[in-house]
Design a protein around this ligand. Structure first.
Ligand code: ATP
Ligand code: MG
Length: 250
């Protein structure tokens, strides 16, 4: 299995006078789920930006399967990633074509298959025109949760080596939440995934949690190890999930 990611002593800032990421190192093994947590402005999105080379590091190295991404063409780097983002972009086009963006040559059969894996086939079939239903200009005629499921279908179809997920913070109803969780678990199965995580269940089950603050990874490990350290993560966890029953995720 491939999808090993290594950050080695990476430093980066958007502006030279404002140092941000400093001497950051970690290793994600093939198939790992890596949860990135930390307060707003900690550098979570920046870490993803560097990984996908939306920005280049100032110093240090980022390797994917032992290849320094600096030595590879941009398209080559990006092709390895699939993204499921918070504000899912859907286009004024049919549902089928929106899913097909994951893989332009996909057949109708493959589109439906991906939709099934992403738990969205059932919903699509309730729409007038089904897969030929046209998303309107503002993408207002499907709900937020349904949009997320559709972008998961797109990622399933793309079948990327590495997956980036930015979990939605906005709440969807319990049923949709379940469908989403299940679809995410399926698409993450067997591939390296980086999740900017808000769901307790994602964080708990992650192989590696990177706890970020002020551009640094201040703690790393799995849930149990980090709770044991009784440091920043333990505090963050208590403050966010102290009354976990309220979240309805576990
Ligand atoms: N394009 C940019 N140009 C300049 N500064 C930026 C840019 N993007 C982010 N920053 C700054 O870098 C720091 C880290 O931002 P980043 O977006 O990585 O945080 P985050 O952990 O993703 O936060 P959030 O939880 O709010 O999404 C912040 O201080 C932010 O203001
Ligand atoms: Mg962010």
């Amino acid at each position: 299995m491939s999808g090993k990611v290594v950050f080695r002593d990476v430093s980066f800032s958007y502006r030279p006078d404002q140092p941000l990421i400093s001497h950051l190192s970690f290793t994600a093994n093939p198939g790992d789920t890596v949860a990135i947590v930390g307060p707003t402005g900690a550098g979570k999105t920046t870490l993803i930006n560097l990984l996908m080379r939306f920005y280049d590091v100032d110093s240090g190295d980022i390797e994917i399967d032992d290849v320094n991404t600096k030595t590879v063409a941009l398209e080559e780097v990006r092709r390895q990633f699939g993204m499921v983002l918070q504000d899912a972009w859907l286009y004024h086009a049919t549902i089928a074509d929106n899913i097909r963006l994951g893989q332009l040559e996909a057949t109708d059969y493959e589109v439906v298959d991906a939709a099934k894996t992403a738990n969205v086939d059932h919903f699509v079939r309730t729409l007038p025109d089904g897969y030929q239903f046209v998303i309107d200009e503002e993408a207002q005629n499907v709900s937020l949760g349904q949009k997320q499921l559709l972008t998961i279908a797109r990622a399933v179809l793309a079948d990327p080596k590495i997956l980036i997920l930015d979990e939605a913070t906005s709440s969807v109803d319990t049923r949709l939440e379940q469908l989403l969780q299940e679809a995410m678990d399926r698409v993450m199965q067997g591939r390296t995934s980086f999740v900017i995580a808000h769901r307790l269940s994602t964080i708990r089950h992650a192989d590696l949690i990177l706890v970020m603050n002020h551009g640094q990874i201040i703690e790393q490990g799995n849930h149990e190890q980090l709770l044991e350290q009784n440091g920043f993560y333990a505090k963050l966890y208590q403050s966010q999930f102290g009354d976990a029953d309220d979240l309805g995720t576990e």
